[in-house]
Structures are given as C-alpha cells and as structure tokens.
Design a protein. Structure first.
Ligand SMILES: Cc1cc2nc3c(=O)[nH]c(=O)nc-3n(C[C@H](O)[C@H](O)[C@H](O)COP(=O)(O)OP(=O)(O)OC[C@H]3O[C@@H](n4cnc5c(N)ncnc54)[C@H](O)[C@@H]3O)c2cc1C
Length: 415
C-alpha cells in the first residue's frame, strides 16, 4: 500500500479512496481484488470527472510485467495496461511498428485510454479503443480472463468504463512504422471550416481545428500529413501556413509542442500535439467534449457561433477532430462516423452551470459526452443502442457492484 496524491491530474476531483494498492504480480492483483468490497482501477488519473473514484481501494497495475509482446505476422501486440500510450508508440518503433493513432498527449495509460473511448483525429482513424483485439482482466471474483473478438462480450468490454474488472494487458492492432510531417495553418475563418468541412478533414492523415470562438472568428488548422504525401500550400482555406512554431492555446510557449513547420519525423513524435518528454504538471484547465454524428457536425458548429459570446470568456481553446465509426457499445463513435467537439475550459466555477446547457445543445443531435471529461447530462443510456446490453454485462461480471461508484450511479440515473 502506498501513499500518493489523492486527486486527479487537474486537481478538481478528490478520489477519497481509502488506499491505493500497487500489486507486483497478477496473483497479487487477484488477491487484492478478491479481498476488497469496493475497488476501482486507476491509470494516470487524467480524467476530469469521478469515473476513477471509489470509497474503497484504488489499484494501479504499474507493478505488473511491463513487456510488450509483438506478433509481427498478425500485426498485433499484447501491451501492459499501465504503459503510457506515448511510451508504447515509441517502444514499437525499433521493431518497425507503430500505433495507428495517439491522443493529444501520450501521457495517458493504455487501459485508461481505451476504457473511456479516447481518440485522436483522422477521417480513416477510429478511436484508440477501436484498435483493441483482446483484453486480459481480473474480474470481481478474482478470476483472470481474456475477452477477445470471438466472445459475444467483446464489443461491450473495451469501452468498459472500468466496470468489468482490472485490466492487466491489452492486445491491439499495430501498423508498419510511418513518418508524419505537421503543418499549422493560421488565421483560418470559421466560415471556411463549416463550408469546406469534408475537404479540410479529409486532406491529411489527422487534422484538428482549434479556435477560441472569439469575435475575430478565426482559428488554426493543424495538419498531420503522411511524409510521402506532399502537402504544400502558400495559402489554404483563407489562412496561411505558420512560419514559426505554434501552441494550440493562444499566447502559450510552443516549446513543449511536437515538431511542426513540415519537418518529417516518426509518427509517435508528431501525432500527439505535446511532447512525451514534457511532464505536464497539474493542469489549470477543465475539459468537456461531445462526440456528434458527422452528418450533424457542420450545423452544430454553425450553431455554436451563437453560443460564442457565452463560452469564449471561459475557454482556453476548443478543438474539432474527426474519427471513423466503430462497433463498440459505449464508444462515442459507436455506429457512426463522428466529430469530436472539445472545450478546454479555464478552471473556474462558472464552467459548471454551463455543462447542462452544453448537453441540451448537443443531445438532440445525438451528442455523446466523452466519458473521461466533464458533463452534466440527462438520459445518457438512451444515446447508445448497446447500453442495455452493457448493463447486463456489468451485472454478470460484477454482481455485487464491486467496481461501481457514484459516477456510474449518476450515469445510470441520468446525471
Ligand atoms: C491534458 C489532457 C489531454 C487529453 N487529451 C485527450 C485527447 O486528445 N483525446 C481524448 O479522447 N481524450 C483526451 N483526454 C482524456 C483522457 O484521454 C482520458 O481521460 C483517459 O481516460 C485518461 O487515461 P488515464 O490513464 O489517465 O485514465 P484514468 O483517469 O486513470 O482512468 C480512467 C478510467 O479508466 C479506468 N482504468 C484505468 N486503468 C484501468 C485498468 N488497468 N483496468 C480497468 N480500468 C482502468 C479507471 O477506473 C477509470 O474508469 C485528455 C486528458 C487530459 C488531462
């Protein structure tokens, strides 16, 4: 048992767990899960809500075997649940492999990422969860089980919100290593983005649009393009390629951002916006994100312009990304090509009264809040066709509710 910080990364959640345990082997983990009545696994604590909290014991699996087991024939690898996603990406490179995509930073754990439906961007890229082929986990009864694609439970077991057990290893699809170059286009008018949405987001491997929804109605497009596709424009979508390195948050020093200005390098050093070597301190920010059907995205973005006076003052920045549909029951991209409309808020109390307003705006269009970020939503279960099946799965794997917590009860109750 170790003493450690009892808050999440942002510092807005006090975990209130009675202890944090870090078993040194799978057998110890099984004993630990069996011994306690209330348990919650903890990754790198980057979620902004109480999803990882428990009144019982938190468990980190950082003490388990840290080896990566690559199968170069099937292009898959078993990877440790606690490994940071960015470290995994870097470790695959010497073997000639890469992960398909990475979130905005690589500091989050593999298990924490896939369990909450974490994503990067790219029309042809699914969420990080969609690359999972199997999971190994310790269930509430202390059994070690593997759930793979042949199991009828599989589609409910990946974006599991930590409700089915403590994940020890994950088998993911990997791809041949590839290079990326990153270019930032500055001062792009909002109208260009809504008028040319498909052209912009299909223009490269991964594309993000950043804006503060300020009165100037301008933003930045971050284009991560494959190195063998030339991507050169003097002027594009009303903006101009930046000639100096940029940070997505206006006025911030870009020193910790990944390489830009079209310089080619390994994908693991370009797909995230932030360098892995940079250790982010406790963040002075909160985050909310809605995953919306791609078919609704342009209209929703146009409507947000009317919101902008209300949200601009509270925002550090907002990011728009795309992702391909998957078939995971609780994924934000389940059953539809999806656009992520994300808000990085200032860490101020005024954000909280806005959360139900934001939900009321996105819900009628099928918006689903990111599981790892802040939201205040009603009738959440209705937004997923597989939600009822997931509840059945949870009852089967965890009949006593060992992994349940206040956050989950809020989701079931609508809040
Ligand atoms: C600065 C910042 C940038 C971000 N960027 C993005 C982004 O680009 N895209 C995006 O989609 N999201 C993003 N997020 C959100 C982030 O990806 C999710 O919050 C993710 O879940 C964090 O992983 P974690 O390891 O910190 O998980 P935690 O917060 O520690 O846990 C999340 C959930 O996973 C469960 N869990 C963790 N480990 C295990 C395990 N071994 N077994 C079972 N359950 C487990 C926990 O119980 C909890 O339910 C960002 C967050 C921050 C703070």
């Amino acid at each position: 048992m170790t003493a450690t910080s009892r808050t999440n990364w942002s510092g807005n959640i006090d975990f209130a767990a009675s202890a944090l345990e870090t078993p040194g082997s799978v057998a110890e983990l099984q004993a630990c899960v069996s011994r306690h009545d209330a348990v919650r696994a903890l990754g790198t604590a980057h979620c902004f809500n109480g999803i990882a909290a428990t009144r019982g014991v938190q468990i980190q699996v950082t003490g388990l075997d840290s080896r990566i087991d690559i199968d170069s024939t099937s292009h898959t690898a078993w990877v440790p649940a606690a490994m940071k996603y960015g470290e995994l990406a870097k470790a695959l490179q010497p073997y000639g492999f890469a992960v398909r995509n990475i979130a905005s930073l690589g500091h989050i754990s593999v298990a924490g990422a896939v369990i909450t439906g974490t994503h990067g961007s790219g029309d042809a890229n699914g969420t990080l969860s969609s690359t999972v082929r199997a999971l190994e986990l310790v269930t509430a009864a202390g059994d070690l089980v593997v759930i793979d694609e042949s199991s009828p439970d599989f589609c409910g077991s990946v974006v599991s919100l930590g409700m089915l057990g403590v994940v020890t290893r994950v088998r993911i699809s990997i791809v041949p290593a590839f290079d990326i170059a990153q270019t930032v286009i500055d001062d792009v008018p909002h109208a260009q983005v809504t008028e040319n949405f498909d052209a912009i987001f299909s223009s490269a491997y991964s594309v993000s649009f950043f804006t503060t929804w300020g009165p100037e109605n301008l933003g930045q497009i971050w284009v991560k393009h494959l190195a063998d596709h030339s991507w050169r424009h003097e002027e594009w979508m009303g903006g101009t390629p930046a000639t100096i390195k940029c940070h997505p948050l206006p006025g911030h020093d870009p020193i910790h951002c990944t390489e830009q200005l079209g310089v080619v390098g390994p994908s693991y050093e370009r797909l995230p916006h932030f360098k892995l070597e940079f250790t982010p301190s406790s963040g002075d920010e909160l985050q909310t994100e809605y995953l919306v059907p791609r078919t609704e995205a342009v209209q929703l973005l146009q409507g947000l312009l009317e919101f902008s006076p209300r949200i601009h003052e509270l925002l550090h920045v907002s990011e728009i990304r795309t992702m391909a549909a998957d078939d995971l029951w609780l994924s934000g991209a389940s059953g539809r090509d999806t656009v992520g409309i994300h808000f990085t808020w200032k860490k101020v109390p005024e954000v909280f009264p806005l959360l139900p307003v934001i939900d009321e705006y996105f819900a009628p269009a099928g918006g689903r809040p990111h599981w790892g970020k802040l939201f205040d939503a009603t009738a959440l279960p209705d937004r997923y066709s597989g939600f009822g099946n997931f509840v059945d799965l949870v009852e089967r794997y965890d009949p006593s509710g060992k992994f349940s917590n206040d956050w989950w009860r809020g989701v079931l109750g609508g809040g």
